[in-house]
Write a protein that binds this ligand. Structure first.
Ligand SMILES: Nc1nc2c(ncn2[C@@H]2O[C@H](COP(=O)(O)OP(=O)(O)O)[C@@H](O)[C@H]2O)c(=O)[nH]1
Ligand SMILES: [Mg+2]
Length: 216
């Protein structure tokens, strides 16, 4: 059976406002984690953001929280291989995963974080959803399938978020949405709804906030 991947609907005003208030409240950097035993206690729901280096993960977390440099502040060189935890009040964790797909990192470094990522995705009981960020100009690439397959195997539901849509011309989005929908047919863990975003222009941010606030 073919699954359709429609766009996530615009949230209704009331739920969008509740989500806005949640994200306008305190958001704090908790820690950068380099090994499974460094994870904070699994005492609340969490969502993670995965994607290639430079796809816009940190910018998206900043846009969601309305803090210009929250995520970047923890992204000092040398910490980029860490799993960065942010606390959304005391309700949930937002988790910025290390970017993948950079060819220049030494093999041992890549192997180490791949193992950490695999253990994290398979072993975090409070992980409600992974957001897989895909650059709207590029669509889903082979390296994205690798992490999506990992999510399938770990039975972590994931939702695709297209980023940087402000960089696209008016007619360019439709074919990308079609390509993404086609590629997602291969992934049983794919949540059948796409979110279209621009951290720069704010597009889709209220929708994504509402999705996260609605997970319990
Ligand atoms: N035009 C545009 N640029 C963006 C957007 N999101 C991120 N960027 C840029 O893309 C680059 C990488 O973003 P960053 O958030 O650091 O990516 P990360 O490596 O996935 O954390 C930066 O130069 C950002 O300014 C967006 O929505 N629109
Ligand atoms: Mg980043």
């Amino acid at each position: 059976m073919k699954v359709a991947f429609p766009l996530a609907p615009e949230p209704e005003a009331e739920v969008a406002e509740a989500a806005r208030q949640l994200f306008a409240g305190p958001v704090d950097f908790v820690k950068g984690v380099v090994a499974m035993d460094g994870l904070p206690p699994a005492d609340r729901a969490e969502v993670c953001f995965a994607g290639r280096s430079n796809v816009g993960k940190s910018s998206l977390i900043n846009a969601l929280t309305g803090r210009k440099s929250l995520a970047r502040a923890s992204n000092t060189p040398g910490r980029t291989q860490e799993i960065n935890y942010f606390a959304l009040g005391d309700q949930a964790y937002l988790v910025d995963l290390p970017g993948y797909g950079f060819a220049k990192a030494p093999v041992a470094v890549v192997a180490k974080w791949q193992a950490l990522l695999k253990n994290y995705l398979a072993g975090r009981p409070t992980l409600r959803r992974a957001f897989c960020l895909i650059d709207a100009r590029h669509g889903i690439k082979p390296v994205d399938h690798e992490i999506m397959t990992l999510l399938d195997r770990s039975a972590v539901p994931f939702q695709v978020v297209l980023t940087k849509t402000d960089k696209l011309g008016p007619n360019a989005l439709k074919p990308v949405i079609a390509q993404v929908g086609e590629e997602l047919q291969k992934h049983p863990a794919a949540y059948p709804e796409l979110v279209i975003t621009s951290s720069e222009k704010g597009e889709g941010i209220a929708t994504l906030r509402t999705i996260i606030a609605g997970l319990d």
